[in-house]
Design a protein around this ligand. Structure first.
Ligand SMILES: [Zn+2]
Length: 91
């Protein structure tokens, strides 16, 4: 949409350029035509295409820490621990 308005600006500027007799106005209109046409040509689309919805679905689930159950108090403790931090017994 914005691109078409710049095209319209350049068309109007070209018409003014043909009608005017003043040299300074001709220079300004030529600059206007170049800038507006350049913007109309290189202007990017307003929004990039949305990413695919399954972009992150293949991400692996975070690996839980391996735990074991304390035999004396029943709480989960880290697997590499040899002593339970809750009841201070060997696991
Ligand atoms: Zn314990």
């Amino acid at each position: 949409m914005l691109r078409y308005s710049f095209v319209a600006i350049s068309i109007v500027a070209v018409i003014n350029l043909l009608l005017t007799e003043v040299f300074l106005v001709q220079i300004l209109l030529a600059i206007c035509v170049v800038i507006s046409l350049g913007i109309a040509i290189i202007w990017p689309e307003p929004l990039p295409p949305p990413p695919p919805p399954d972009l992150w679905s293949d991400a692996p689930e975070t690996k839980d820490r391996e735990t074991k159950i304390c035999s004396s108090c029943g709480k989960a403790v880290d697997k590499k621990w040899s002593m339970c931090p809750y009841c201070s017994k060997r696991v």
